[in-house]
Design a binder for this molecule. Structure first.
Ligand SMILES: [Zn+2]
Length: 220
C-alpha cells in the first residue's frame, strides 16, 4: 500500500469500552482534523485485516437518532472485531456524508417536508456523497496494513478506498440497524446510492414485491 501520507499519529492509548478494550490512536490530518483508529490485535503487516471505515454521525451515535443506521453499524463493527480478536475501525470525522452537522440538519428538515436523502442534499447544493477516503488510506499505510476485508454495504466506499491505494481483498456484508423509522432512508440508499441490503427483502412489500414506501415515518 503506498498512499501519500500527510498526517501523523498524534496520540495512543488503551481504551476500555463496553465492547472490550481497544488500542486507540488519534490521527491528526494535514487539515488539522483528528480521526480515530480503534483496533484489536497486531496490525503491522496484516493481510486481509477486517476493517470498518466509519464516518462520524453525531445525531445517530450520540443522540441515538432513528433516522439512520450509523450507531448500530458502528457498534456491530466494534463488537465484531472484539469477538474476532483482530480488526480495525477507522472513525472519520466527516459528519453528514461530508456536508457537516448544520447542513445535515437542514437536509433533515427538507426530508421532513417530503424530500428523500439524495434530493435533500441536492437542494442544498451538495453532491450525493462528499465523503473522502484518502485519510483512511493514509492511516492504513502508516499502520503497515497490507490488505483489508472491508465491513460495508457501500460499493462506493470500496472504490474510494481503492482509489486511495488500499488493497481491498473482499467485502463483508454489514447489515444491522434496520428500524421502522429509517426503513425508507435505507431503501433510498439502496435504490439511489447503490448500497447492498438484502435485509430490505424482509420489509413490507406490495403484490409486485416492491417495498412499500414508508417515507411518512421520517416525519417527527
Ligand atoms: Zn447517521
Amino acid at each position: 500500500m503506498s498512499a501519500q501520507v500527510n498526517g501523523r499519529f498524534y496520540a495512543k492509548t488503551s481504551l476500555p469500552t463496553e465492547h472490550g478494550p481497544f488500542d486507540l490512536r488519534v490521527w491528526r490530518a494535514a487539515d488539522g482534523k483528528e480521526h480515530l483508529a480503534l483496533s484489536v490485535g497486531a496490525l503491522d503487516g496484516a493481510e486481509g485485516l477486517p476493517v470498518r471505515v466509519h464516518s462520524e454521525c453525531l445525531t445517530g451515535e450520540v443522540l441515538s437518532s432513528l433516522k439512520c443506521d450509523c450507531k448500530a453499524q458502528l457498534n456491530a463493527a466494534l463488537t465484531f472485531i472484539q469477538r474476532n480478536g483482530l480488526g480495525l475501525v477507522i472513525y472519520l470525522r466527516q459528519e453528514g456524508r461530508g456536508i457537516g452537522l448544520g447542513n445535515k440538519i437542514r437536509a433533515y428538515e427538507l426530508q421532513a417536508q417530503g424530500a428523500d436523502t439524495v434530493d435533500a442534499n441536492r437542494m442544498l447544493g451538495f453532491d450525493d456523497d462528499l465523503r473522502r477516503y484518502d485519510v483512511a488510506g493514509e492511516i492504513l499505510s502508516a499502520l503497515n496494513v497490507r490488505s483489508v476485508v472491508l465491513l460495508t454495504n457501500n460499493p462506493a466506499k470500496i472504490e474510494g478506498l481503492r482509489a486511495a491505494g488500499v488493497v481491498v481483498e473482499e467485502r463483508q456484508p454489514h447489515k444491522v440497524g434496520l428500524n421502522e423509522v429509517n426503513a425508507a432512508y435505507l431503501q433510498t440508499k439502496r435504490a439511489r446510492m447503490g448500497h447492498l441490503f438484502d435485509t430490505l427483502d424482509t420489509l413490507p412489500t406490495d403484490e409486485e414485491g416492491e417495498v412499500i414506501d414508508q417515507g411518512h415515518l421520517e416525519r417527527p
